[in-house]
Design a protein around this ligand. Structure first.
Ligand code: NAP
Ligand code: GDD
Length: 326
């Protein structure tokens, strides 16, 4: 019998990559999406798996919808990837962010506790929880949290609730504390995709400038396709635990910009980039860099795609998208 997994956030960036991996491993994959009059399957189409996923409707804000799904499907594994995931919007929509990212996780955990307690649960935790916290310039599983956004705060609640269900009820729950991971499926609001898209447009003469916020902040950027393997591996271990996942190398936004313009053969990138205060945040997370030694040792996980390869992959995908539209 095929193993079953319920993946929330199936139409986002990570959901499709994870679904593809699970399908390749022979799983039956249920993809949870909100109710839409016109759902957008573009990301699943991009990976060629739209027809292979079983879609189910549910909303993290609607507890009964989660109870129904868990009770009816009783999946062996639940990967909770759904979230209001854009940090920048979380100041303006702090309540909604908390409802989805914090309370939504509680609802899902309760549904598992009451209706399918042997289900293994993965929570999409994040390096944003660290905020200003660091241990000798890196963040690892023992680094203290000092979140800087309503998004980061909502995820800290979910992180501890995930641990609490493990400690209180013996449910197999794991937090993947993932650092930034990107791909051609990244939402256009996030800085990497905004840059890759902007650079492609400038190269093709469709745009004259790229407006960005803080160019100095540093992120540990990896490839989403690599990171979903870590999610899967966490749920295959004998014991549930929490893991930091990242490359251990970080770059500034400015370095990402330089690298992206390099891909299209433009050296004088300063001519095109405008710093616009509208894209700066009320409180910034200046410097994230993972120490993923535990994931390497216990999960045997390592990233495969380097920073220059990632930037190239994203810029070339955006060039291709625009060229296809010509
Ligand atoms: P994403 O592209 O923004 O996808 C999130 C998905 O969640 C979207 O498809 C969205 O659905 C869905 N969603 C939002 N609110 C929902 C609700 N109330 N009920 C059900 N579904 C809802 O995010 P991602 O980059 O794939 O990230 C996946 C998860 O990892 C998120 O939880 C994120 O916070 C976390 N994370 C991401 C990173 C990263 O660098 N990518 C790093 C650490 C942690 P719609 O399509 O309907 O909007
Ligand atoms: N989005 C955006 N747009 N960010 C900008 C811009 C801009 O125009 N200019 C500079 N930045 C800076 C941000 O201030 C931040 O320091 C950095 O670029 C990265 O921003 P995002 O790409 O929006 O990602 P994030 O780091 O805030 O959050 C992402 O990674 C988290 C993991 O650390 C999201 O995927 C979160 O969901 C995830 O948890």
């Amino acid at each position: 019998m095929a193993k079953t997994a319920l993946v929330t956030g199936i139409l986002g960036q990570d959901g499709p990559y994870l679904a593809k991996l699970l399908l390749e491993k022979g799983y039956k994959v249920y993809g949870m999406m909100r109710r839409y009059s016109k759902p957008n399957y573009e990301h699943l189409d991009y990976l060629g798996i739209t027809d292979k996923v079983d879609f189910v409707e549910g909303d993290l804000n609607d507890e009964a919808s989660l109870i129904n799904l868990v009770r009816n499907l009783r999946p062996e594994e639940v990967y909770n990837l759904a979230a209001q995931s854009f940090v920048g919007s979380s100041w303006d929509q702090a309540k909604l962010t908390a409802e989805i990212n914090a309370l939504g996780v509680l609802y899902l955990l309760n549904a598992i506790k009451f209706f399918s307690p042997t289900t293994k649960f993965y929570q999409a935790s994040t390096s944003e929880m660290f905020g200003l916290g660091n241990t000798n310039g890196y963040q690892d599983e023992k680094t203290s949290f000092h979140p800087r956004s309503p998004y980061g705060i909502s995820k800290v609640y979910a992180y501890w609730m995930t641990i609490n269900f493990r400690e209180s009820y013996g449910i197999f729950t794991c937090n993947g504390v993932l650092f930034n991971h990107e791909s051609p499926l990244r939402g256009i609001q996030f800085v990497t995709r905004k840059i890759s898209d902007g650079v492609a447009r400038i190269k093709l003469g469709l745009s004259k400038e790229l407006r960005l916020g803080n160019l100095e902040s540093k992120r540990d950027w990896g490839f989403a396709g690599d990171y979903v393997e870590a999610m899967y591996l966490m749920l295959q271990q004998e014991k549930p635990d929490d893991y930091v996942v990242g490359t251990g190398v970080n770059h500034s936004v400015k370095e990402f910009v330089e690298e992206a313009f390099k891909v299209v053969g433009i050296d004088d990138w300063h001519k095109y980039v405008v710093v616009d205060p509208r894209f700066k945040r009320p409180a910034e997370v200046p410097d994230l860099k993972a120490n993923a030694a535990k994931a390497k040792k216990i999960l045997g996980w390592q990233p495969k795609i380097s920073f220059p390869e990632l930037v190239k992959l994203m810029v070339e995908a955006d060039l291709k998208r625009y060229e296809a539209k010509k």
